[in-house]
Design a protein around this ligand. Structure first.
Ligand code: NAP
Length: 251
């Protein structure tokens, strides 16, 4: 029997990048997966198609997870399709790099509204749909939340907040048998890092990152997905309140 057979997972921001990798991995391990997207319906449909072609179960559901009403819709659709929630992966997030002198209220609010408030509101709604068997929540953080990235103080602090939320909610939700953990990726090449301009091995940020890893390379979504699937499964049943750095040994 596969590790996640009979489980239902919701992955936010799964139309591309790390979220898409996680959705595919959870499905490969047997979970029925809700592939959430915000603007990329096509990307989400492709992820669903890839899963179903391999015999897995998945649906795409559009919802901006920075908005309470849309989050409620996401879980109503999940309930309708699969009846419950066992696993939530809070992956949807944005990263905008701006030095101190260029920070604006809009830059701050946009990132905190999704990366922090959205994560809290999504978790709040998800918990209503977990069964009395509990389950697993995985928050996608970043090495930026531990180390701080110069020129990205706002983004870094959203992930610092995510790490603290993981600690607090692990304790708060423990009595409901819900484990809460974090996965903090280092640089992983995705559509988002393409936009930021750091995907290319010729880019200075990319080169500096690789030089600071033990393993000597940047990450792929699959590197994050396998660790997330482990934390989603009962194999990690005595792990809660941890944030695991999955970064190629970046220091
Ligand atoms: P990405 O390639 O930019 O993909 C972002 C995903 O989030 C997309 O599926 C996007 O959906 C979705 N999304 C954005 N805003 C949303 C919203 N309001 N509601 C629902 N979904 C939304 O990003 P990524 O690089 O895979 O990063 C994913 C997560 O990993 C983020 O939390 C990021 O902070 C974290 N992370 C990434 C790296 C890295 O190097 N890539 C490193 C550390 C941490 P649509 O396309 O449909 O809008």
């Amino acid at each position: 029997m596969k590790k996640l057979e009979g489980k239902v997972a919701v992955v936010t921001g799964a139309s591309k990048g790390i979220g898409a990798g996680i959705a595919k991995q959870l499905a490969a391990e047997g979970a029925a997966v809700v592939v959430n997207y915000s603007s990329s319906r096509k990307g989400a449909d492709l992820v669903v198609q890839e899963i179903t072609e391999k015999g897995g179960k998945a649906i795409a559901v559009g919802a901006n997870v920075a908005k309470k009403a849309e989050i409620e819709k996401l879980f109503a659709e999940t309930k309708k399709a699969f009846g419950k929630v066992d696993i939530l992966v809070n992956n949807a997030g944005i990263y905008e790099f701006l030095p101190l002198e260029n920070i604006t209220e809009e830059h701050f609010t946009k990132q905190f509204n999704l990366n922090v408030l959205g994560l809290l509101l999504t978790t709040q709604e998800a918990v209503k749909h977990f069964t009395d068997q509990g389950g697993s929540i995985i928050n996608i953080s970043s090495v930026a939340g531990r180390d701080g990235v110069p020129g990205a103080s706002v983004y870094s602090s959203t992930k610092g907040a995510v790490n603290t939320i993981t600690l607090a909610l692990a304790k708060e939700l423990g009595p409901k048998k819900i484990r809460v953990n974090g996965v903090a990726p280092g640089l992983v090449v995705t559509e988002g890092t393409d936009v930021l301009g750091v995907s290319s091995p010729e880019n200075d940020f990319h080169k500096a990152y690789v030089a600071q890893t033990a393993v000597g390379r940047v990450g792929k979504p699959h590197d994050i997905a396998t660790v997330t699937a482990f934390l989603a499964s009962d194999d990690s049943s005595w792990v809660s309140g941890e944030t695991w750095y999955v970064s190629g040994g970046y220091r």
